[in-house]
Design a protein around this ligand. Sequence first.
Ligand code: GDP
Ligand code: IMO
Ligand code: MG
Length: 431
Amino acid sequence: MPATCVIGLQWGDEAKGKIVDRLTREHDFVVRYQGGANAGHTVVVGDQTYKLSLLPSGILTPGVTCVIATGVVINPARVIEELDELAGRGAGHADNLRISDRAHVIFPWHFAEDRALDKSTSDGENIGTTGRGIGPCYRDKVGRAHAVRLGDMYRPGFRAQIEHIAVAKNRVLEVLYPPNEFQPIDASAAFREYSAYAERLRPYVCDTTELLLSAVESGKRLLFEGAQGALLDVDHGTYPFVTSSNSSGVGIASGSGVPARHFTKSIGVVKAYSTRVGGGPFPTEQDNPTGQYLRDRGNEYGTVTRRPRRCGWLDVVALRYTSRLSGVDSIAVMLLDVLSGLDELKICTAYDIDGKQTTRFPSHVDDLRRATPVYETLAGWKPEITNCRSWSELPGNAQAYLGRISTLVGQPVEMVSVGPERDQTIVVKKS
Ligand code: GDP
Ligand code: IMO
Ligand code: MG
């Protein structure tokens, strides 16, 4: 039975939400397994646009169980907001939601730490986090002493746990903030606030590891929805300019509890060019009118923070690395329509680092900073392609661009997206 993985192969925002939404109907479960409310996944259904941060994109489809698994860090207020928003719009299928009792919870001190720490990296360049408390919560999870899991919130020791942690966190925050900005955590208020969230989420909370193992063992079809992208993976990405979870394919088993041997198919989601939000090196960045053209046509502004996304040419050195790392069998090339109108397109096929050409993606960010892209130039196409629904309707130069990407990455192009809507998708037939 299929267990399908959908993984972003760049720095996030590759349009994973659209692909997950499209594949949902062929599956029984949709599973988020890492990240948190730093993710912003957009699904367009008719004239309605949904922006989901924590709820799996499958929530919009009836009859599908949506799981927020153990590797996700939960901001309960945000889950409730998303549920309320969907209910207010008469959309979504909240009854099908399940949230792991093992998932770690984001508290007010995590937001406060995130804000303070992002301004004080050792080399002065900010990571530019989304400010959603993600890094501090994952750090506490690994540190163990000051962590709270969702299941803890239903136990008699919860109040004492919060009081114990608040004492330590107030000491930390007092050091991180100047005296006039330090706002101590009020443990009683936090306990009251989070107890109310716990009550509201009670119907959804369960042992999702057991649920997913039973599902996969009984032949149910699972779809794993990655958040962020493989270049933001905490171990294998452009560290330290990464998120704090394993956002490449390697994180699926650990975050969900489903062993990798059950995965039958992995689709790498690739934007037809590159974007990045926040700090860190970006060799193919076009901080010029070409970048602005991509930003304008692709509406490249962060879904979560509305920050303008940095834009640039496609980087195949990075893509080859992340597609191998994530073990993908095919790629979906998204936002191809954005490239219409350009005279020529560039694909980065190698890096020049200190006068030496390499196709290896550097393991140290300082080397990536010194990388000058070596480009291959292809002819662009002029017509808009948003109405194309088959490979043969695409302009020859668009076909050639996709063909070249496929050859360079070493994976077949399985889907091509030419607009945000569900039907603006070309499924590439295998010849
Ligand atoms: P995700 O985080 O990977 O799910 O991606 P985001 O939702 O943050 O960003 C992708 C954006 O591109 C969203 O606004 C989508 O509605 C939009 N989008 C998806 N596919 C296409 C496409 O083929 N063309 C265009 N122009 N926009 C698209
Ligand atoms: P989706 O799922 C794009 C980036 C932030 C920052 C870095 C660390 O929508 O693709 P964090 O708040 O995670 O500690 O920030 O990671 N980032 C994303 N960029 N898309 C995302 O999610 C992102 N989630 C985090 O901009 O550079
Ligand atoms: Mg996004």
